[in-house]
Design a binder for this molecule. Structure first.
Ligand SMILES: Cc1cc2nc3c(=O)[nH]c(=O)nc-3n(C[C@H](O)[C@H](O)[C@H](O)COP(=O)(O)OP(=O)(O)OC[C@H]3O[C@@H](n4cnc5c(N)ncnc54)[C@H](O)[C@@H]3O)c2cc1C
Length: 398
């Protein structure tokens, strides 16, 4: 990967701004077609988010990907790219490079060793496709003159016939995430939908924060519902509130002021179990402890004291107790913000770009791919899969 800016030419077929997941994939795809490609990024290293993603092992795709795994104002927008570049295509690519990977729950695929192995694959692809790089380079000014894009950057002037915006979104500003892509969209008159943090922990305040913080470090297998969606995955208590995959998933659908609803025993029919306990005059405490850690059982018993004499409890009492377990309603105060969010909801309106080529409908030669668009995937490798798929669709169309 060349970073010698002194040797970089002035004119390019394609300039890609953003050397993240989508930018690298698009660069290699375009380079293989014989186009001269320059990738510009203001960060000192490419693909910072891949490096830290998936706890350092990058959940790079999922075995079961479809439009239902994405949030986008136009629910059909992702279909074309995902069907032309499905997760199998990416798996084939990494297998060709000998990447060791492992499958985890719900079809998630992770690197077996480290996420940087995946970055190395993308860098190798870019090298083979003769892509050039200008890292640590900021774009100061962008103009469209005589059907060409003129960029004034901290590394000098560059011109391109086609310009691809792959600058991602606002989450994790400490990794140099910016809203630059939105500014470019606006510069060319494209609509940008309001943004908010996604796949993000939910914070609490006051009395509930005190209660939850006491449970910090505990994890439960639950089902979390918000905004009409339900996710059965783990939930983690933290010093600020709730996190873990179930909560991150639900956060995409949660709106401030609304509750989240937690089913604390989604594995079983709670009412049937309680009726069984009544029949057997069983020990409720022991039963709760078979599902939850001791600390949570104590917390729950204080919050919702159990029926005193289970053997003689009425149906109504058991139903009420089951409801408390199955429909625990909590009102988060806020999200953890962009600093803690894995993704950004909203972004460049997909009505403004072609779902086949990712070119702006109003602005020839200008393309938007990856997270800068109003496309947000669930937790589970879906965000990277859209980055790969949109990048390839765009790269082939350049
Ligand atoms: C902690 C964390 C963990 C994650 N884990 C997963 C996971 O396991 N699986 C999954 O599918 N998704 C995961 N994601 C989401 C995933 O990382 C993103 O959806 C994906 O990286 C988006 O790809 P992109 O290429 O669009 O943007 P990015 O990968 O963010 O790349 C954008 C690039 O643009 C550059 N850039 C930004 N502004 C400018 C500017 N003004 N000038 C020049 N360059 C600029 C940035 O430096 C960056 O290199 C995770 C995200 C985070 C924050």
């Amino acid at each position: 990967m060349s970073q010698q800016q002194a040797s970089l030419q002035l004119d390019w077929d394609v300039i890609i701004i953003g050397a993240g997941a989508a930018g690298l994939m698009c660069a290699a795809t375009a380079g293989y077609q014989g186009l001269s490609v320059l990738v510009i990024d203001h960060a000192p290293k490419a693909a910072a988010k891949i490096r830290i993603s998936g706890g350092g092992k990058c959940n790079f795709t999922n075995l079961d990907v479809s439009a239902k795994n994405y949030i986008c104002r136009n629910p059909h927008f992702v279909k074309s790219a995902l069907s032309r570049y499905p997760s199998n295509a990416f798996i084939e690519l990494v297998e060709r490079h000998g990447l060791a990977y492992e499958q985890r729950e719900l079809g998630k695929l992770f690197c077996s060793e480290r996420a940087s192995d995946l970055i190395q694959i993308l860098r190798t692809e870019c090298d083979w496709a003769q892509v050039e790089f200008s890292l640590k380079t900021s774009v100061d000014k962008l103009r469209y003159v005589d059907e060409r894009y003129q960029l004034q950057t901290s590394g000098g002037k560059f011109n391109a016939n086609k310009l691809v915006i792959a600058t991602g979104a606002l989450s994790f500003p400490k990794l140099k995430a910016t809203g630059f892509g939105y500014e470019i969209a606006k510069q060319f008159g494209l609509k940008v939908l309001p943004t908010r943090p996604g796949l993000v922990p939910l914070n609490f305040k006051g009395k509930w924060l005190e209660r939850i913080a006491e449970l910090s470090g505990l994890s439960l297998d639950v089902a979390v519902s918000a905004g009409g969606m339900r996710f059965q995955e783990a939930m983690l208590f933290t010093h600020q509130g709730l996190s873990g995959p179930g909560i991150l998933q639900a956060s995409n659908y949660w709106t401030e002021g609304e509750p989240i609803e937690i089913h604390l025993m989604p594995q079983v029919s709670v009412l049937d179990e309680l009726k069984r306990l009544r029949k057997q005059a069983g020990n409720l405490n022991k039963w709760l402890s078979s599902f939850w850690p001791k600390r949570f059982v104590q917390f729950w018993q204080q919050l919702h004291p159990a029926p005193e004499d289970i053997a003689n409890a009425s149906d109504e009492v058991l139903e009420a107790y089951a409801r408390q377990i199955c429909e625990w309603r909590l009102y988060p105060a806020e999200t953890g913000g962009y600093g803690k969010a894995e993704v950004t909801l909203g972004g460049v309106d997909t009505d403004e770009v072609s779902s086949k080529t990712f070119e702006a409908k109003k602005q020839p030669g200008l393309y938007f791919i990856g997270e800068v668009l109003d496309v947000t995937g669930w937790l589970g490798g879906y965000n990277f899969q859209f980055a790969w798929a949109s990048a390839v669709a765009c790269g082939l169309a350049l």
